[in-house]
Design a binder for this molecule. Sequence first.
Ligand SMILES: [Zn+2]
Length: 122
Amino acid sequence: MPEVKVTDVRGNELPTLVESQKWKLWLAAALLAVATIGVLLPDDVARVLGTADVTVGLGALLLTFVSLGWAIYAVRCVHCGLRLVLYAMSNQSIEQWLQWLLMAKRCPKCGADHAGHKLPKA
Ligand SMILES: [Zn+2]
């Protein structure tokens, strides 16, 4: 698929919609990685922490929901507040949602860019 360049009124290529919010996605990814370790190696983690493996499993499950909930709640369009992670997961295929989220340059609801600026009316 050819890449379509989206530009601002001066012709400069726009940063992606989530450019200034990528730290939120990285934080969620880091929490998910920790949760994954707890899910895959509950016995080892329980031994290190000195707790029961069921506690580690439940904690990992809770951490998974918290990190996904955080990403869904926190990554929004700065203009209209559309929850971009939820929108991407709901409206794109399972293979495409993350790519769409990381590549989108304008809000699908209001058309604003990463800074909340909308295209001037022609
Ligand atoms: Zn918007």
